[in-house]
Design a protein around this ligand. Structure first.
Ligand SMILES: Nc1ncnc2c1ncn2[C@@H]1O[C@H](COP(=O)(O)OP(=O)(O)OP(=O)(O)O)[C@@H](O)[C@H]1O
Ligand SMILES: [Mg+2]
Length: 400
């Protein structure tokens, strides 16, 4: 069928033609927004899940929901070893600019921007040369004495409190979205938790909405033991059969294209309901099918192409980020992770990985830690590791 009209969108953070199976999360967030705006106690939301399940896409949808309620919003994508100070400053700048036109007292906005600038300027080393100093793009003079102590915990609490006050003035709130939250450096995670804790006690309308890999709750509770009560964790998982069918059929229907039931059976079998795979198989099938309705035969013809594309774009690109020692570690993991019945991957004990490589566990810690930092594996439970990428073990087992 006409590839130009192909509606499917495999890709990182690519908005799907149909956001299937996420109604519960969207509804929960509606309630959160309403409660926070009314000063009711509410926990921040944290989405966790494997690679390609749709965390970024859902985070963007939640952001649209907040914007729809006239909230100020900003988004950050955390990176390992990058302090939160600059990105938080940029995101809050954006959020407050969204609120500014509705604020009756422009000097209150300028006051806040002055505090924000002082906060941001602290990102510069005290002894940095003038030309090396980073200048935040905020057109007001910095206002010293608030959010500029240099202690990120104190500064975030003060900055968030002031930002929330601006939102209170206009009767809405501010939502700060943090993607890849497991990569936020330890001190900053701890400061972020403390700031959220303080704000929720004050009933101030500013919330942090995070998304990250499955071990994100462990990262947060290592930073502050109370984080379990601070955040509402929502596991984002693969789509069930009904949602996966909807993800395929709804966009096709808009193009007056249908699927035979057997085609949908086979597509679910192939994708396992993982959103990225649903899009990838859907796209290839569309391109190969000569006409509507799409048949199981069309899926069978298209599958090798979808698999070849996944092998390069989804699996291969990640595998290549690993060093030879790390690859060896993952291959050993893949061998152990095979679950006989459906060839899905399960978590494996690090001690078993060491044994299968004939090495002492301690000697493998650098490779394991580097793989965790690269976001390729995670440790959900002490002493075990699992792939962050669905079907990754299966992919490695088919590689020579
Ligand atoms: N609810 C959904 N229904 C249909 N397709 C979806 C859904 N959610 C995500 N997708 C599709 O899945 C793919 C992956 O989505 P996304 O990039 O948001 O995943 P992710 O969890 O952020 O992955 P990563 O951990 O690699 O960042 C995209 O192509 C997107 O269009
Ligand atoms: Mg993402």
């Amino acid at each position: 069928m006409d590839p130009v009209r192909n509606p499917y969108a495999p890709g990182a953070g690519q908005r799907p033609p149909e956001l299937a199976g996420r109604d519960r999360e969207l509804d929960v967030f509606d309630v959160v927004l309403e409660r926070v705006a009314r000063g009711r106690p509410e926990r921040s939301l944290v989405l966790t899940g494997l690679r390609g399940v749709g965390k970024t896409v859902l985070l963007n949808a939640l952001r649209s929901q907040a914007i729809g309620r006239l909230w100020g919003t900003g988004k950050i994508e955390a990176r390992p070893d990058q302090s939160l100070r600059r990105p938080v400053a940029a995101a809050l700048h954006m959020a407050v600019r969204e609120l500014a036109p509705r604020h009756r007292a422009p000097d209150r906005i300028d006051d806040f921007l002055g505090v924000l600038k002082a906060f941001a300027l602290r990102a510069n080393q005290a002894n940095a040369k003038l030309r090396d100093r980073w200048q935040p793009g905020i057109d007001v003079p910095p206002k010293s004495g608030r959010a500029d102590s240099g202690d990120i915990e104190i500064d975030l609490v003060e900055l968030f409190t002031d930002a929330a006050a601006v939102a209170t003035d206009v009767g809405t709130g501010i939502a700060l979205f943090i993607d890849e939250m497991q990569d936020v450096p330890a001190d900053d995670v701890s400061a972020l938790c403390a700031a959220c804790h303080e704000l929720s006690q004050l009933g101030a309308p500013l919330i942090v909405v995070g998304a990250g890999l499955p071990h994100l709750p462990a990262v947060l509770s290592a930073a502050k033991s109370y984080s379990e009560r601070l955040f509402r964790y929502q596991r984002i998982d693969r789509l069930d059969r009904i949602a996966a069918d909807q993800a395929l059929c709804a966009p096709a229907e808009r193009e007056e294209v249908e699927y035979e039931p057997k085609a949908l059976d086979l597509l679910y079998d192939k994708s396992g309901g993982y959103p990225y795979f649903v899009q990838a198989y859907g796209k290839a099938t569309w391109d190969h099918a000569p006409r509507t309705p799409i048949t199981a035969g069309d899926v069978r013809v298209a599958a090798p192409e979808a698999e070849a594309e996944l092998a390069v774009g989804f699996f291969g690109s990640r595998f290549e980020r690993a060093t030879p020692a790390e690859r060896e570690y993952m291959r050993a993991m893949a061998g152990l992770a095979a679950n006989g019945t459906d060839d899905m991957d399960i978590a494996v004990a690090t001690a078993d990985v060491a044994q299968s490589l004939g090495r002492r566990p301690a000697s493998l810690s650098p490779a394991r830690d580097a793989l965790i930092k690269k976001g390729l594996i995670y440790s959900g439970e002490r002493g075990t590791v699992a792939f962050t990428v669905p079907h990754f073990g299966r992919y490695l087992r088919t590689q020579p």
